[in-house]
Design a protein around this ligand. Structure first.
Ligand code: ADP
Ligand code: MG
Ligand code: MG
Length: 252
């Protein structure tokens, strides 16, 4: 059982404070959803957990099983089992996808293989088929000409292959067709049932057809404004953020 905790986290980007004291947690087997209007700080939170050096931690901490990870380099966090996918993933076209997967598997398993291991590749191909990714994806450069849907599926493929302790996905359901949402949603459920803790952001209630969130946080202006269950997602879908906050005020 593992626990990832964000404690009173304050983060600045380019000298401007974006996260103003965020508290949340995710444990093994949980699916935790972060919502919030555009610009509320969801991606900033995920980038900070990943260890992107552009995001300056002003105060607070990120704890993995009670131990601070905020001074660790991104690759050290990854080696500890924290996998973070990004809203706008970067392309590394000069590296073939199969080699990237092997490099990641090496870090996870403490190996130093330079060529893709046939077993790893076979497993990756099986997962690709489940996700509706074309088999030639492994011979392409990472992100080279990937469609939005391929980017998202490739990210989830990495998570399914590596089975990290924590899988953190920024809008994994954005820009996908309905089959893509089903594939990614089912993959998230599978990851959680196999023991990963999943933290994801989304704007849409439709993902609830495929995932069952343990907990939902709503961020507003760099803070967690409220915590609830999946009914929060449904009400936000119906009323919008402004309407939902108004309703809470009226009944609060
Ligand atoms: P969300 O993901 O909830 O839409 P973001 O974390 O992307 O929100 O953005 C929160 C705020 O931080 C926004 O005002 C955005 O302009 C700012 N911000 C985020 N990342 C950067 C960056 N790399 N450089 C400058 N400003 C940024
Ligand atoms: Mg956004
Ligand atoms: Mg974002």
């Amino acid at each position: 059982m593992h626990k990832l905790e964000v404690v009173n986290l304050r983060v600045a980007v380019g000298g401007r404070e974006i996260l103003k004291g965020v508290n949340l947690s995710v444990s093994s087997g949980e699916v935790v959803v972060v919502m919030g209007p555009n610009g509320s700080g969801k991606s900033t939170l995920f980038q900070t957990i990943a260890g992107n050096p552009k995001y300056e931690v002003l105060d607070g901490d990120i704890l993995l099983d009670g131990q601070s990870i905020k001074e660790l380099a991104p690759e050290e966090r990854f080696a500890k089992g924290i996998f973070v996918g990004f809203q706008s993933p970067v392309a590394v076209p000069e590296v073939r996808f199969a080699f990237l997967l092997q490099a990641m598997a090496n870090v996870r398993m403490g190996k130093k293989l330079t060529d893709p291991n046939p077993q790893v590749l076979a497993q990756a191909q099986k997962i690709a088929a489940e996700l509706g990714l074309r088999p030639d994806v492994f011979n392409r450069g990472v992100g080279a000409g990937f469609s939005g849907g391929e980017f998202k599926r490739a990210e989830v493929l990495q998570a399914l292959l590596l089975k990290p302790a924590f899988v953190i996905l920024d809008e994994p359901d954005s820009g996908l067709d309905i089959d893509g949402i089903a594939a990614v949603g089912n993959a998230i459920t599978k990851l959680a049932s196999s023991g990963s803790g999943v933290l994801l952001s989304t704007h849409y209630a439709r993902v609830l057809r495929f995932i069952k969130p343990t907990r939902v946080y709503v961020m507003v202006d760099g803070r967690v404004a409220l915590e609830g269950d999946e009914t929060v997602i449904k009400r936000i879908e119906e009323l919008g953020y402004q309407g939902y906050f108004k309703e809470l005020q009226n009944f609060g």
